[in-house]
Design a protein around this ligand. Structure first.
Ligand code: ATP
Length: 228
């Protein structure tokens, strides 16, 4: 059974409609790549899932109708978001950022800092003083501290140096291999997503236009919809 299920999802920013028919499923333990060119509606879909934007259609998480829930309840159900642009509490320390997000479960400080040892080294530092890569690790750590059943990563490697990007991908790989946490991944690197994800969904102008195994993603689809 699907953990997350979206069917015919539509959403608008005021009078401007951004989503017209998004179909997307993530099963328990599955990693799904959510793909499409810039502006096609990936982040908007994430906002709809996390109840940051009203949406219509079917949005179900773990049997709960998301359209009936306010944002804070969606998080409590077990949806963890690593938002585009990281958005940590800049004036709080690493430890404070992590503990502010904490909810009971296997993901505690010790486990997060084992995944990202650099966060342990920087634990007393304000988030604002961290490097971009460290802030990204903190953003992922914060989402993990909520003990989600589904982790959504929206451009988690954006703007990072290749070596740091590699560290983030390796952490994502560990999450998949060692925890069986369901993942929904948005990223510019198709190569990394092929390696990390089981299945993909391609979005074009607010509609799902393709879904399949990552090994079935043809050159034609990637050229037409992903520009690669
Ligand atoms: P990107 O990779 O550039 O973030 P995306 O696929 O995530 O692309 P969205 O950010 O979801 O795309 O944008 C989908 C559409 O909604 C675009 O046409 C965009 O201009 C529009 N849009 C996004 N945010 C807003 C907003 N706050 N107000 C109005 N329109 C918006």
């Amino acid at each position: 059974m699907s953990l997350l299920q979206l069917h015919s999802v539509a959403a608008s920013y005021g009078a401007s409609q951004a989503l017209f028919g998004v179909d997307l499923e993530v099963a328990e333990g599955e990693a799904v790549a959510f793909m499409g060119r810039n502006g096609m509606g990936k982040t908007t879909t994430v906002k709809a899932i996390c109840r940051m934007l009203p949406a219509s259609g079917t949005l179900v998480f773990d049997g709960h109708d998301l359209t009936r829930l306010p944002a804070h309840r969606a998080a409590r159900l077990g949806i963890g978001l690593v938002p585009e642009g990281r958005r940590c509490f800049r004036d709080l320390t690493v430890t404070e950022n992590l503990t502010a997000a904490a909810r009971p479960g296997p993901w505690e400080m010790v486990r997060v800092t084992e995944l990202f040892p650099r966060l342990a080294e920087r634990r007393g530092q304000q988030a604002a003083s961290l490097s971009g890569g460290e802030q990204q690790m903190l953003a992922i750590g914060r989402a993990l501290m909520t003990n989600p059943r589904l982790l959504i990563l929206d451009e988690a490697t954006e703007g990072l140096a290749p070596l740091v990007r590699q560290e983030i991908w390796s952490a994502i790989g560990r999450l998949k291999a060692e925890t069986g946490m369901a993942l929904l991944v948005i990223d510019k690197s198709l190569r990394e997503m092929r390696a990390a994800c089981d299945r993909g969904v391609v979005l074009a102008r607010g509609r799902s236009v393709w879904t399949g195994g990552m090994d079935e993603l043809s050159a034609e689809i990637s050229e037409r919809h992903l520009g690669v």
